[in-house]
Design a protein around this ligand. Structure first.
Ligand code: CMP
Length: 133
């Protein structure tokens, strides 16, 4: 069933010139790129985007990091997009992510974990409204 999801190459991924590699993985997997843009999160946008985490001890660090540089956001479409994209990005803690996943191949960080992707239809709808408004 065709479904849409959103991913964001975080500031560490952009600074390390990983945008092409990452977008390419999703294209080669068979997803269609529906929307794509580079921008920098403002603090209010980041606080809204990550509002589900606003009571967590790492919230301040998370907002500070995601606003620290340019990001690339994409809406992609294809079968089972939300769950398949989560499999492709790997575990949140990059040092635990399975090799072959994006975090598993490219990183070691937690806050700086290269890529974000929506974890549910509800998250996608909320996140796409913040990023592509
Ligand atoms: P992301 O998929 O963007 O969703 C929330 C982010 O919080 C997560 O990736 C991590 O970058 C960040 N984060 C920072 N510290 C933690 C932590 N201790 N546990 C989970 N996520 C964390």
């Amino acid at each position: 069933m065709a479904e849409r999801t959103l991913f964001i190459v975080k500031p560490d991924g952009v600074k390390r010139n990983l945008v092409g590699d990452i977008v390419s993985r999703f294209e080669k997997k068979g997803f269609e790129i529906v929307q794509l843009k580079m921008f920098t999160f403002t603090k209010p946008m980041a606080e809204e985007f990550y509002s589900v985490h606003n009571s967590k001890p790492f919230f301040g660090e998370l907002v500070s990091f995601i606003t620290s540089g340019k990001v690339v956001a994409a809406v992609i479409e294809g079968n089972n997009a939300i769950a398949t994209t989560r499999l492709m990005i790997g575990a949140t803690k990059s040092y635990e992510a399975t090799p072959g996943t994006i975090r598993g191949d490219f990183g070691l960080g937690i806050t700086d974990n290269i890529i974000h992707a929506s974890d549910s239809k509800e998250s996608f709808e909320k996140e796409v409204a913040v990023v592509f408004k």
